[in-house]
Design a protein around this ligand. Structure first.
Ligand code: SF4
Length: 336
């Protein structure tokens, strides 16, 4: 596998400005192997919008928490099981698939009690979802793609490709027979906030953009659902499922807006990365956005690196990861 030279070591965030001294190159002979093409997905540059410094630690320093937040394998297990149900319409098989995912990812759990609890919870939540949502979807839709992985170049960028995996792409059986993005979220805190995030965010715009390329026809509609179960509750009576009263619509203009924004973002990101490698300080290239230091009920996993003097007690253990040569962003990917 081809090796790529990447910057290494802790940043030397200098007090001097980039223009007052000749920048010293941070390129080194250290090599890393990249592995994840999924790192060209929506969440990646969305993170840069949230906090460029966090993006820097995650995607350029390649530092990740050793253990996942429990919500991550849980959500993935639920999606695996749901996809199995859409593919086979066999509930038992779908439930086994979901539980098996948790078993396979046992090493990601720091706490064994949480591991066992989630094995049970995912089966209970998914069985209710099948009963209340999945069975209805079976009657309403013809499925075009399930867990549909797409990968397309972004126009006007030389090599950069956008990737995504759509939960399900389906056509209505009756009425206008529209093609819809079916998107499920699991939530343990607030179903309403989770739904608002889907409606307001650009993930659906990106899915419409990618699905339109895949089908060669406009895809403008999405039907999300939120499977809610309060994280602190063991009582299945607290489970509820939420779908908006109407479909989410993304107009042609929304999709163009997304595509142009993506392109502009990637160009800027590549320029900032290049500037950083040439010695321009982090305070300019990957600045802090402290709005997100505490969000989604968690303190940022990089806070002890980012804020001098912030205690690392209770902070997650970080490990260095690798990725393949076509992993996320290289300046040559976005040279126009
Ligand atoms: S601690 Fe705050 S500013 Fe620093 S990387 Fe995390 S979110 Fe960004």
């Amino acid at each position: 596998m081809e090796k790529i030279t990447k910057p290494s070591g802790q940043s030397k965030t200098s007090k001097s400005s980039a223009t007052s001294t000749k920048p010293q190159s941070r390129k080194s002979s250290k090599t890393v192997t990249f592995t994840a093409s999924s790192e060209r997905g929506y969440h990646t540059y969305n993170l840069d919008s949230d906090c460029p410094r966090k993006f820097f630690y995650r995607y350029l320093r390649l530092l990740r928490p050793k253990f996942s937040a429990p919500a991550l394998p849980f959500g993935s297990a639920f999606h695996e099981g749901k996809a199995e149900y859409y593919r086979t319409w066999k509930a038992k098989q779908a439930l086994e698939k979901a539980e098996h995912y948790i078993i396979e990812h046992r090493s990601e759990y720091r706490d064994e009690d949480v591991y066992y609890m989630q094995r049970e919870r995912v089966v209970v939540l998914l069985s209710r979802w099948i009963q209340h949502v999945g069975a209805d979807d079976r009657r309403r839709f013809d499925f075009i793609g399930i867990e549909l992985s797409l990968d397309y170049p972004v126009p006007k960028l030389k090599k950069y490709r956008q990737t995504c995996r759509i939960d399900a792409l389906a056509r209505e059986r009756s009425g206008e027979k529209r093609v819809l993005i079916l998107e499920t979220k699991t939530s343990g805190r607030s179903a309403q906030l989770t739904m608002d995030g889907v409606v307001l965010g650009d993930q659906i715009s990106m899915y419409c953009y990618m699905a339109s390329k895949y089908l060669g026809e406009p895809v403008n509609w999405a039907l999300p659902d939120v499977a809610y179960w309060n994280t602190g509750s063991f009582n299945p009576a607290n489970i509820s499922f939420h779908r908006p009263s109407g479909l989410i619509y993304r107009s042609k203009e929304d999709i163009i807006d997304f595509e142009e924004g993506l392109r502009q973002h990637m160009v800027e990101l590549a320029q900032r990365k290049k500037a950083y490698e040439s010695g321009v300080p982090l305070s300019i290239t990957f600045r802090r956005n402290t709005t997100y230091c505490v969000s989604y009920g968690h303190t940022c996993e990089y806070a002890h690196l980012c804020r001098k003097g912030f205690s690392d007690v209770g902070q997650p253990e970080l490990i260095k990861v690798t990725r393949s040569k076509d992993g996320f962003i290289d300046e040559t990917d976005v040279t126009i």
